[in-house]
Design a protein around this ligand. Structure first.
Ligand SMILES: Cc1ncc(COP(=O)(O)O)c(C=O)c1O
Length: 280
C-alpha cells in the first residue's frame, strides 16, 4: 500500500485528501520540488528546500520549517519501504485554502503533500528534442521558480511527444535558447561547456548547478550566456539535466543529429562523477 504525507499525517493513498478550495488546485498557487532518493536519502535535499524557500518568499507565504519538511520527506520514504531503493519524491506546497477570488488569504496555512514512488523503469540512454514553436517569457515574474503553473511545459512536452521526440526546447522572445520542459540544456564544444544563463529564463536547476561545479574538476571551461539555436548545430555533444534523469545525452534536435548523434564522452564523465557523488 502507498502512503502519502498530507499536512503532517501519513495516510494510505486512497484516504489522502486536500480541500477543493485549495489554491494550489484552483489557481496553481504553490510550488513543488521533484527529487531523487537512493538508500532512503534524498539527494541534494538542502538545495531543493532552499529553492522551495526562495520560491515561497517570492510568492509571499511562509513555508513550514525546513527541518520538519526534511523529516516528513524521509518518513514518507520509510513508510513506502523505499529506504533501500531508488525513488522519486515529489514535495508540493500550496498557499492552502483561501477565500474565493485571487487575493491571497492574510494568514495562509500552506498545504503540504509528499508523494514517494520507486524508480522502476530503467532510464533511457539518450533523448531527442524539438524546438518549440512558442516562446518562454524571460521577463515573467515566475521565471526561476518551480511553481504549480506548468501549462507551457505541459503543452511543450505534448508537442514534443506528438512529434516523436522526448523533450521540447524553449527559446525566449529574443530567440535565445532557454531550457527543456523539465530539464536544463547543456552542450559541449571542444573544451567548453555551454548553457543558457539565468537571465535567459531557465529554472536554476539543482543538477545544472552540479554540472557547473563538476566542469572544472573535469578540466572544462564554462560559458553561460545567451545563445541562438544554431549553437547546437556546432556542438560536439549535448545533454539535458534534471534531478531524476541526471545527465541525459541529447542526440538530436529537430531534424539534425547533435555531434555524432550519440551519447558523448563528456556527458559520460559527468554521469560517472554524479554517480560517485550519490554514492558518497
Ligand atoms: C522547467 C525545468 N527546468 C529545469 C529542471 C531541472 O531542475 P532540477 O535539476 O532541479 O531537477 C526542471 C526539473 O523538473 C524543470 O521543471
Amino acid at each position: 500500500m502507498s502512503f502519502v504525507h498530507v499536512n503532517g499525517e501519513l495516510l494510505p493513498e486512497q484516504n489522502a485528501r486536500i480541500s477543493v478550495h485549495d489554491r494550489g488546485f484552483l489557481l496553481g498557487d504553490g510550488l513543488f520540488e521533484t527529487m531523487r532518493a537512493a538508500g532512503g536519502r534524498v539527494l541534494h535535499l538542502d538545495q531543493h528546500l532552499a529553492r522551495l524557500s526562495r520560491g515561497a518568499a517570492v510568492l509571499g507565504f511562509e513555508l513550514p520549517p525546513q527541518a520538519g519538511l526534511a523529516d516528513a520527506v524521509h518518513s514518507t520514504l520509510a513508510a513506502n519501504d523505499l529506504a533501500s531503493r531508488e525513488a522519486v519524491v515529489r514535495l508540493t506546497v500550496s498557499r492552502g485554502v483561501g477565500p474565493r477570488g485571487l487575493g491571497p488569504p492574510l494568514r495562509p496555512s500552506p498545504t503540504v503533500v509528499i508523494i514517494a514512488a520507486p524508480l522502476t523503469a530503467p532510464l533511457p540512454v539518450q533523448q531527442t528534442a524539438i524546438t518549440l514553436p512558442f516562446r518562454l517569457d524571460a521577463a515573467s515574474p515566475l521565471v526561476g521558480l518551480k511553481t504549480l503553473n506548468y501549462l507551457p511545459q505541459i503543452l511543450g512536452r505534448q508537442a514534443a511527444l506528438a512529434a516523436g521526440a522526448d523533450e521540447g526546447i524553449f527559446l525566449n522572445h529574443a530567440d535565445a535558447l532557454v531550457e527543456g520542459c523539465a530539464s536544463n540544456l547543456f552542450w559541449v564544444r571542444g573544451n567548453l561547456l555551454c548553457t543558457p544563463d539565468l537571465t535567459c529564463g531557465p529554472l536554476p536547476g539543482i543538477t545544472r548547478a552540479i554540472a557547473l561545479t563538476l566542469a572544472s574538476t573535469l578540466g572544462l571551461s564554462v560559458r553561460e550566456g545567451a545563445f541562438a539555436r544554431s549553437a547546437l548545430a556546432e556542438a560536439d555533444e549535448a545533454f539535458l539535466t534534471n534531478s531524476v534523469l541526471g545527465f541525459m545525452p541529447l542526440t538530436r534536435l529537430d531534424d539534425r543529429a547533435i555531434g555524432q548523434g550519440k551519447p558523448g564522452s563528456v556527458t559520460a564523465r559527468l554521469q560517472a562523477a554524479l554517480q560517485q557523488m550519490a554514492a558518497a
